[in-house]
Write a protein of this length. Structure first.
Length: 150
């Protein structure tokens, strides 16, 4: 089965939530929609996976013990500023949403998240990643041409 995203490319998603039952169920629901899903149960594990693989989107719980979602978001963005991160929370406040957006979150949603809304946002994240990747590639081509005497 093809991805539900318009690009028709495989969609790689990282889910990070300390609630194992929730994140495993969400992973299964996304896999049933043909997304390639990796799961982390805490911030440090998410950081490690993000260093090892390229993801179209990261779906990140806000409230986790130890390294919370905002700190994980900040660290992920330090590693890869183009990473598209969607924050989830069962205890969302407008202030936390604003702070998350200032730190570079693509969006902020409340649990329980509507699966169709989430899949749509993941597809938007993939499209943004592809545009940013193409922009970086175009810049590299211009740099190569500028260095080469043609």
């Amino acid at each position: 089965m093809q991805s539900q995203c318009p690009s028709m490319m495989a969609v790689h998603v990282l889910l990070c939530d300390d609630n194992k039952e929730f994140v495993d169920t969400l992973a299964e629901r996304l896999q049933n929609r043909s997304f390639n899903v990796h799961v982390a149960y805490d911030g440090p594990s998410a950081l490690k996976l993000a260093e090892e693989r390229r993801f179209d989107a990261v779906v990140l719980d806000l409230q986790m013990p130890g390294m919370d979602g905002l700190e994980t978001l900040e660290r992920l963005k330090e590693f890869n500023e183009d990473l598209q991160i969607l924050l989830l929370s069962g205890h969302a406040t407008i202030q936390l949403g604003i702070e998350a957006m200032k730190l570079g979150a693509m969006d902020f949603m409340e649990k329980p998240v509507d699966i169709d809304l989430l899949t749509d946002k993941i597809c938007v994240a993939q499209a943004k990643r592809l545009v940013l990747e193409e922009k970086h590639n175009e810049e590299r081509v211009k740099e190569i041409i500028a260095r080469t005497a043609w």
